[in-house]
Design a protein around this ligand. Structure first.
Ligand code: HEC
Length: 248
C-alpha cells in the first residue's frame, strides 16, 4: 500500500522527466536537503547575476531546507550595490538590469523560477554539461541541448572546456546531418568529470525544487488525503452494513 501511495504521488514527476529527445538522465531527490542546499549556493553564486527567480523568497528556501534566517543570509544571500546582503524575506531578484542584458547578450534573459517545469530536469542536466568550444559563436561556446544559445559557459572553470565530436551522416533524402558523438575534454577544469556531474545534479535538483516548493508539502499532504479516503471508505462500509443488518 505504502509503495503504491508513493508511486501515485510521484506520477507527475515521472511524466515531466520523460519528455525530450537524447538527454542524459538525472535522479531528482527533493528529500535530499543537503543536495538542495548545495544547489541553492551554486545558483546564487553563478546564476542569479543574470537570471532572477522572481517567485522565490530566500526565507522560503530556508524554511523548506531547515535553515535559520542567519544561515540563509550567510549561505544564499546576494549583495546589493552597497554590499549589504539581501533580506531573508526578499524575492530572488536578478542582479543585472534587463536593458543591460539586452545590450550585452542581444536577448532578454529568462527568469528561472519555473524553468524546470518548462524544460524538465534531464534537459537542464544535459544543457549545463554540454557547452562546447565553438569559435564562431560570440561567447566562444555552443551547446548540444540549446544550439546557438546566447549564454556563456559560466561554469567553465569548474568543468573545463570540451570539444564536441560530430559525424556527418547522409539520410535517405540525401541531406547531410551532423550527429553528435561525444565530448573530449581539451582544458581540464577544477573538478573531475564525475564531480562536475554531481555538482550539476545538485543544481538541477534545486531548480526542480524551486519550480514547485509546494511539491514537498503536497506529497506528504497527498498521503494523508488518501489515508483519510481509505479510512472513510471503511467507516462508510461498516455503517452501510449496520443500517442494512435488519433488512435482510
Ligand atoms: C552572464 C549571464 C548569465 C549567467 C551568469 C547565466 N546565464 Fe543562463 N542564460 C543567459 C542568457 C543570455 C540566456 C539566453 C540564451 C538565449 O536565449 O539564447 C540564458 C539561458 C539559460 C537557460 C535556457 C532558458 C530557456 O530559454 O530555456 C537556462 C536553463 C539557463 N540559462 C540556466 C542558467 C544557470 C543554471 C546558470 C547558473 C549556473 C546560468 N544560466 C547563468 C545568461 C546567463
Amino acid at each position: 500500500m505504502k509503495k503504491l501511495l508513493i508511486a501515485l504521488c510521484m506520477l507527475p514527476g515521472m511524466v515531466l522527466a520523460s519528455s525530450g529527445g537524447h538527454l542524459d538522465h538525472v535522479a531528482i531527490d527533493l528529500s535530499d536537503k543537503e543536495s538542495l542546499k548545495r544547489g541553492a549556493q551554486t545558483f546564487v553564486n553563478y546564476c542569479l547575476s543574470c537570471h532572477g527567480a522572481d517567485y522565490v523568497r530566500y526565507n522560503r528556501i530556508g524554511r523548506d531546507l531547515g535553515m535559520s534566517d542567519e544561515e540563509v543570509t550567510a549561505m544564499i544571500s546576494t549583495r546589493d550595490a552597497k554590499g549589504d546582503p539581501s533580506k531573508p524575506g526578499e524575492l530572488m531578484k536578478v542582479a543585472m538590469n534587463n536593458d543591460y542584458a539586452k545590450t550585452a547578450f542581444g536577448t532578454k534573459i529568462p527568469g528561472l523560477s519555473v524553468i524546470a517545469r518548462a524544460r524538465g530536469a534531464d534537459w537542464l542536466y544535459t544543457y549545463l554539461r554540454t557547452f562546447y568550444v565553438d569559435e564562431s559563436r560570440p561567447t566562444g561556446v555552443n551547446n548540444i541541448a540549446f544550439p546557438d544559445v546566447g549564454m556563456p559557459h559560466v561554469l567553465w572553470e569548474l568543468q573545463g572546456l570540451q570539444k564536441a565530436k560530430f559525424v556527418t551522416e547522409t539520410d535517405a533524402d540525401g541531406n547531410e546531418q551532423k550527429i553528435f558523438e561525444g565530448m573530449e575534454l581539451v582544458v581540464p577544469g577544477k573538478m573531475k568529470p564525475e564531480e562536475y556531474d554531481a555538482y550539476v545534479a545538485d543544481l538541477v535538483n534545486f531548480m526542480v525544487y524551486m519550480g514547485e516548493p509546494m511539491q514537498m508539502e503536497r506529497k506528504s499532504l497527498g498521503v494523508w488525503v488518501l489515508l483519510f479516503l481509505f479510512v472513510f471508505t471503511v467507516i462508510a462500509y461498516l455503517l452501510k452494513k449496520e443500517y442494512w443488518k435488519d433488512v435482510h
